[in-house]
Write a protein that binds this ligand. Sequence first.
Ligand SMILES: *Cc1c(COP(=O)(O)O)cnc(C)c1O
Length: 461
Amino acid sequence: MKTIKKRSWAEPYKMKMVELLKMTTEKQRLKAIKDAGYNTFLLPSADVYIDLLTDSGTNSMSDRQWSAFMTGDEAYAGSKSYYILEETIQKYYGYKYVVPTHQGRAAENILSQILIKKGDIVPGNMYFTTTRLHQELAGGIFADVIIDEAHDPLSEHPFKGNVDIAKLDKLVKKHGAKKIPYVCVATNVNMAGGQPVSMENLKELRAYTKKHGIRIIHDMTRVAENAFFIQQREKGYAKKTIAQIVKEICSYTDGATMSAKKDALVNIGGFMAINDWDVFEEARNLVVVYEGLHTYGGLAGRDMEAVAVGIVESLNDDHQKARVGQVEYLGHKMMEYNIPIVKPIGGHGIFVDAKAFLPHLTQDQFPAQTLAAELYVDSGVRTMERGIVSAGRKPNGENYYPKLELVRFTIPRRVYTQAHMDVIAESAAAVYERRKSIKGLKMVYEPKYLRFFQARFEKLK
Ligand SMILES: *Cc1c(COP(=O)(O)O)cnc(C)c1O
């Protein structure tokens, strides 16, 4: 008998209900993508087989979350579900005051309005679409202070989300600390490909900002996934739990905005958290204008219950191992097919380097947008563009030309199987094989804000 050495991990859950999917033909998909203006955001999801558009709000909730739904208190004021959420955030993240919002961008809106004055500089470890837009709408000017390695898809730096303190120092010297209301630090930086920030970097940043009296606001949308990487890669953290690491990360920051639609395993929800009473008081006041009373902030009581349970589940070590493990499985499959992906493999998806995949296309021919459309036609797998279309225009109207031109294969949490991952990698490989014959796109409709959601394209002849 052969001895078996290999020990695979598997998910710490089993399935109780399944959602049936529609299978389509290539002919149907060719028509669907044309009708959608070659923008995967405009495809009806009924025409999609495996949906990797986003990991936002696409999670499977657990039986415990569904049960918590039934215990939601739908009182307009003082809902018990709010107090449960508040207590969970205080206990696991350590922030003092909590304002629920219907999703992350609503928290960004409120926080930006309170903290940013016209002409302020808002440094961040790479931009996020909605975050930067709210900073700009509040009169701020975004400044990228992520380390250079984050912009290099070939760099294997283990913490590509790190803040470059020298870049920040330059801003402080040039504009003065008074012009910088806060540094926005995202954990597991989405736009860099789901890349983590190290604890060491956070500690250094805390020391630096303390000296200059600058706040740190934490975009904690994927903090637990970041904690998993710290546990795997950073010296001294191998034996700490995800929950311990998350709490330590939060302790170096002054407040946070959260899209609970990611880490926290729900379909809708978010919050703003802050340690400063004055900011909280203003936020509690503003949330009434945009979202609803401060004890529900645009959420149903049941949503707040599900977020509270989801936060606890997201901090489970086995959950994160399976979550990131599945993403890594897909990444390794893609590498076997020589598909150029951003390395190291990130936490919430695989980011294919569209410039390397389609080197014959210029950035104005939208290589990532093109590739996402081609993948859909090949297999019904829906991915999304993270390149020049997503980057949008500067306040002065010029295009941003981001260094990275990526297609994001985002993996929803607890939704797809390993067999789905195989199908996805095989489809990417099939498109890669015929890459030289692929033509680019031209934009024929451009919305004013966050154009990637609704822009329309036509195929170049
Ligand atoms: C999704 C996301 C947001 C915005 O949250 P929404 O819930 O989509 O409004 C902010 N920051 C990051 C890093 C995100 O991934």
